[in-house]
Ligand binder design. Structure first.
Ligand code: AR6
Length: 240
């Protein structure tokens, strides 16, 4: 491996690179801010990189499955199934639910209507499956997370259940790649710093303990704040 390659990899992955010069006994810190600042020395220079950049997708491997965090719009994901943050009536709404129905077209709502007619909707903590209409995914798994009421109303178990049920629906269909939004942390008001460790730990538990075909579980997080909360939670879970 060439030095140039090593340098470029460190540069890509690091928040900060420090060049130690043992000839002049000085350290030169090359921060990535402002972007593009670059320092190069000749002989007698040792390079050290520090920190991990948040725009390098964060990952964790559990058995044969990768958990991956990314910032983006879930309606664009090319996976076997995307999960929708639905309501019990499967009636559509705002947030990610609205975005999925808009992008996927009316077929998804028609299937939701049939499920409603058959079983009266989908209780909180459960998940049901429809096709994905015009989306790139094959299925939409409609999961109903809890409304946040302060934390004493069983919200954590209901949120765990919504993730678990979604993964079970995927496993029943032998799916390999599934993408989640951050359930309940928008209109339903679940604080994202509390929801992220619940979501990730339940996914990790499922992957370790249940029979499944999954090879990738992707969290597609809409904004920076949500991404950061999941990144912090995943870092802590990796350390524990
Ligand atoms: N891709 C990924 N994440 C998104 C997208 C998108 N296109 N759009 C929004 N989010 P919410 P909830 C994020 O409100 O809290 C609906 O009306 C959003 O930033 O969609 O479970 C339903 O019909 C937030 O981080 O879902 C229900 O009535 C996360 O998705 C109710 O809202 C969840 O926010 C469900 O509320």
């Amino acid at each position: 491996m060439s030095y140039c390659f090593i340098l470029m990899e460190c540069w890509r992955r690091s928040k900060c690179i420090i060049f130690h010069s043992y000839m002049t006994d000085s350290n030169i810190k090359a921060s990535r801010e402002p972007e593009g600042f670059y320092v190069w020395f000749g002989e007698g220079v040792v390079m050290e990189s520090r920190g991990e950049r948040s725009d390098v997708p964060m990952r964790m491997v559990v058995g044969e499955t990768e958990i991956r965090l990314k910032q983006g719009d879930i309606t664009r994901e090319e996976v076997d199934a995307i999960v929708n943050a639905a309501n019990s009536g499967l009636l559509g709404g705002g947030g990610v639910d609205g975005a999925i129905h808009r992008a996927g077209g009316p077929e998804i709502m028609e299937e939701c209507r049939q499920i409603r007619a058959r079983q009266g909707g989908c209780p909180t903590g459960k998940a049901v499956v429809t096709g994905a209409g015009k989306l790139k995914a094959r299925y939409v798994i409609h999961a109903v997370g809890p409304v946040w009421r302060g934390g004493d109303g069983g919200e954590e178990e209901l949120l765990r259940s919504a993730y678990r049920e979604s993964l079970q629906r995927a496993a029943e269909r032998q799916l390999q790649r599934i993408a989640f939004p951050s359930l309940s942390t928008g209109a339903y008001g679940y604080p994202v710093d509390k929801a992220a460790p619940v979501a990730l730990s339940e996914v990790i538990r499922f992957l370790k303990e249940e029979n499944h075909s999954l090879r990738e579980v992707r969290f597609v997080l809409f904004n920076e704040e949500t991404y950061q909360a999941y990144e912090t939670a995943l870092s802590r879970l990796k350390e524990s």
